[in-house]
Each structure stands twice: as structure tokens, then as C-alpha cells.
Design a protein around this ligand. Structure first.
Ligand SMILES: [Ca+2]
Length: 495
């Protein structure tokens, strides 16, 4: 009687307690199992990088260049509006962000090796000569049992000369590599160049016959699709390095047709640009690019933009595959470039300057469940931040010597700033320049202490960098403050 009907009795209380505990235990086990299953399913990484891509993209406000697939990625992730490379050249920049160290730490501050002491066929110094035990970003993922593969250009490659080879690779970084070579490589002799016979070092272009799938970047995307299908059930870090829009600007003719050259407006030059003062700031200019006709300038821009739209189409193929395989919800997607690029801004072409066009890069990070997804952040960001960010998002313990910071907080809340300055440096023989970008200012010094000139621009009032305020007494306080920052950076600080 007592056991069945006495609901207020001790036995019922025991049963109720038992039931509550059972339900609690079941709930606890469910939660534990759920969190266990989440923890047991690591996030994948799809790392997409274009070569020599500036911010001439629809999602960065360019109303002419058509990049629907990168724009769609920007809507799904966080677009970083103030992201900067540490060095505006392939090998120093790529070495920097793949090792997570600044150029003065990697000691890779040039593409070609100075002098005749080349120990490899590329003639290019390798970071393992200076920091042999460093753990690179992809290597860290290898150490945590990810499947880690590279397709195309991640570390330095001479383009187009070394397309089809591994370039200056790092063997410890990858489990598997693919080095495609497409029709653009086979038909190099059809490329128009300002310096006949030279394709990668100057302005050159070609509206190709045939389809995008035949081009090297088409093959890059095809290989990426194949590996995504192969790796779909295992944690992977897939690095996909596109070769365009690096010169030669080769893409199928239909992409050239998107941008009739005669309708392209050329940038206007400031009095300083025309006088080229200070001269060190314009030291990246190449002789054959000095006396181009406006028609040739327009054709160069047409070829560059065509290459961007072509590359964007290949990015779209890879992302479509990611969605088709149902991998988007457990994959962090990064899209970026190794440095910016001039398209006649300041009268300059290509890279190796410290103006905004050369230092600034596109950066989009789309990580599952981040509250900032779909937003834009003004937070200053450097490419060295990618390494600690990906390690953080994937729960891997990163080396403690990295020079960047995790951007997780920005991905969660795009209003947050994780640093107050971004640094870019360049060496051009005896010309050494350091530049610092804050939210409002860009300050650059040439020579050890500015003896080869300095530049100060108010990036809010003058985003095109037309008025150099470095010698304006009104801005002496700002200049001194920024100069101190650069001193700290050169001495090994910089955060
Ligand atoms: Ca590059």
C-alpha cells in the first residue's frame, strides 16, 4: 500500500529523486555525447589564395569588376576591410604568413638570392636556412593528424616560369601536392609583353582561346574538387593557390570581353606622383612601364580585371563543391592574396611599393557559427594573424613565438579591434622602407631614419594618398608618434 499510493511518502520521494537523477543523467549524457561528437569532429580548413590580387573586387566596393563567387563568400563570412601584407612581394609575404613570423624574423626579404651563393635551382633563399625548426601553419595541422595538401602556388613560385614544378616548396608542410600546368603555359609564346620574351616580371597579357578548364587555374580548381571529394570524411587542410591574376594576365577571351579597354578610366595622378617625390616611394617603377600610351595602360587593366573574374569563377567551382558535399558547416574558408597591386595608381604598376594599393590585401574568413558572419570589420589585420586564427578556430595549440594574434574575437564581434597598427616593409637594394597603418594614418619612412624621405597620409580625409603631410608642422605630434611605432616594430615589437 505505502509503496504504491503514498505519493507523499519517503519511498515516492526516493523514486522522484531517482527519476529526476535519471533524467538529469540522461540529459547530462546527451550533452556530453553531443559535445563529444562536436569535439570529435574537427573543423576543416579550405585556404584559398590568389597571386597578386588587390582589392579590385565587387565585395570591396569595385563597381566594375565582376567577382560574384568571392562576393558570395564575403556574405557568408567576415570581410576584413583593413587587412595588410607584411611585405609586398611573393616569397617574403608567403613565408611570413605561412610561418606566422614577420619578415625580419624569417629573414626572407627578397625573392632572388643576392650574389652567386644559390643552393637551389630557384635561386631563392628558403626560410629553413634561417629558422630550420619552425613549424609552419600547414605543418601544425599535419602534426594533428589532418590530411594536408597543397594545390598550386602556396610558397614562392616563379610565375609563369615554374608553373608545373613545386617551385620553392617546403616538404615538411604537406602530405600531398599537385602542380598543374595548363594551356596558358603551353601557349606562352602568344602572350603580348611590354618586355618581349619576359612574362612574369612585367605587364603582359593574352586573351586565350578555349575554356577556363584548360587554363592552369582551371586545373587547380579541378584538383581541389577532386581532393575535397577524397577528403570529405576526414579532417583536412586543403591549400589552394591560384596563379592569376599574376602576370601574364591570361584568361579566356570572354573575360576580356567583360571589360572593353576603351571604357576603362585611368587613375588620376597627384602633383607628388607626377614629380615622383619622395623618389624612394616610387622606386618600384620599371623602365619599360614609363612611357606607355593610355591605350596600352587600359589594355593592361583590362587583362588584370579579366584574370580576376576568371580566377573568381574557379573559386566558385571549389566553393560549389564544398556545398555539394555538405562540408560548409564544418569548414573554415579563408580567401586572401599575398599582397596588393598597383594598376597605375600613383603612376605605378604591380607591387613592391608601400602605398595602400600595394600593402592592402583582400581577406575573407568564413568560419561556422561566428556571430560576425555576413558583416564587414574595420579592425586592422595583418596576414600574420591568419596562422594563430586558424589554429585557434580548430582548437590546435599554436607555437608561442608567432607574431600575429587570433582574430576569433573579431569573427564573433566585428566591432572589436585586436591591434592598433599594421606594418608593411620592403627592401629594394639600398632602399629600405617601413610603413605603419593605423585606423586614420599611413606613415612611411625610407632609409634607416627617414633620410631618403618620409610620407604621412590622412587616410580618412585623403584615401588616395595625394597630400603628403610628413613635413607639415601641424602634424608633428602624429608623425613623432608613428615614427616611434615604426622604431618599436624594427626593434622586434610591432604588436
Ligand atoms: Ca605575388
Amino acid at each position: 500500500m505505502i509503496g504504491v499510493y503514498d505519493f507523499s511518502g519517503t519511498r515516492w520521494k526516493r523514486w522522484r529523486l531517482y527519476l529526476l537523477l535519471s533524467r538529469g543523467l540522461a540529459l547530462f549524457l546527451c550533452c556530453e555525447l553531443f559535445s563529444y561528437s562536436t569535439a570529435a569532429e574537427p573543423l576543416n580548413v579550405l585556404f584559398l589564395i590568389a597571386d597578386d590580387l588587390n582589392c579590385d573586387l565587387g565585395c570591396y566596393g569595385n563597381s566594375i569588376v565582376r567577382t560574384p563567387h568571392i562576393d558570395a563568400l564575403a556574405r557568408q563570412g567576415v570581410r576584413f576591410d583593413h587587412a595588410y601584407c607584411q611585405y609586398p612581394l611573393c616569397s617574403p609575404s608567403r613565408t611570413s604568413f605561412l610561418t606566422g613570423r614577420r619578415p625580419n624574423a624569417t629573414r626572407i626579404v627578397t625573392n632572388p638570392r643576392a650574389g652567386r651563393f644559390s643552393t637551389d635551382y630557384t635561386g631563392t633563399p628558403h626560410f629553413r636556412e634561417f629558422i630550420p625548426d619552425t613549424v609552419t601553419l600547414p605543418q601544425l595541422f599535419r602534426q594533428h593528424n589532418y590530411q594536408v595538401a597543397r594545390i598550386g602556388k602556396l610558397y614562392h613560385y616563379g610565375v609563369p616560369g615554374q608553373i608545373g614544378t613545386s617551385g620553392l616548396d617546403d616538404l615538411l608542410s604537406w602530405d600531398f601536392v599537385v602542380n598543374p600546368a595548363g594551356r596558358d603555359k603551353a601557349e606562352e609564346n602568344q602572350v603580348f609583353s611590354l618586355r618581349p620574351g619576359s612574362y612574369g616580371g612585367t605587364l603582359s597579357w593574352h586573351a586565350a582561346s578555349g575554356e577556363g578548364l584548360e587554363q592552369t587555374d582551371g586545373l587547380v580548381a579541378t584538383a581541389a574538387i577532386s581532393l575535397l571529394e577524397e577528403y570529405r570524411d576526414k579532417p583536412f587542410f586543403l591549400a589552394v593557390g591560384f596563379y592569376r591574376p599574376h602576370t601574364p594576365y591570361v584568361s579566356p577571351k570572354k573575360y576580356f570581353d567583360m571589360y572593353p579597354s576603351t571604357s576603362i578610366h585611368l587613375p588620376t595622378l597627384s602633383p607628388d606622383d607626377i614629380a615622383r617625390r619622395p623618389s624612394a616611394a616610387y622606386g618600384s617603377a620599371k623602365a619599360e612601364q614609363q612611357n606607355m600610351t593610355d591605350g596600352l595602360r587600359q589594355q593592361a587593366i583590362q587583362g588584370y580585371w579579366a584574370s580576376i573574374s576568371f580566377m573568381d569563377a574557379q573559386v566558385g567551382r571549389v566553393l560549389e563543391c564544398l556545398d555539394r558535399l555538405g562540408l560548409r558547416d564544418r569548414t573554415v574558408v579563408v580567401m586572401t592574396s599575398d599582397h596588393g597591386y598597383h594598376m597605375y595608381q600613383h603612376g605605378l604598376w604591380q607591387k613592391m611599393s608601400l602605398f595602400e594599393n600595394s600593402a592592402r590585401v583582400p581577406l575573407i574568413i568564413s568560419a561556422p557559427d561566428m556571430r560576425g558572419n555576413g558583416r564587414v570589420t574595420e579592425s586592422l589585420t595583418e596576414l600574420v594573424d591568419i596562422y594563430p586564427t586558424l589554429a585557434d578556430l580548430c582548437g590546435l595549440s599554436a607555437p608561442d613565438y608567432l607574431d600575429g594574434v587570433s582574430l576569433r574575437r573579431v569573427l564573433e564581434s566585428t566591432e572589436i579591434a585586436v591591434k592598433d597598427a599594421a606594418y608593411t616593409q620592403v627592401n629594394r637594394g639600398r632602399q629600405v622602407g617601413y610603413s605603419v597603418r593605423t585606423n586614420r594614418w599611413r606613415y612611411t619612412i625610407w632609409g634607416g631614419d627617414g633620410e631618403a624621405g618620409h610620407q604621412l597620409y590622412d587616410m580618412e580625409a585623403d584615401p588616395q594618398e595625394t597630400r603628403n603631410l610628413a613635413d607639415d608642422p601641424q602634424h608633428e605630434g602624429t608623425r613623432s608618434m608613428l615614427k616611434e611605432k615604426l622604431k618599436g616594430y624594427k626593434n622586434g615589437g610591432g604588436e
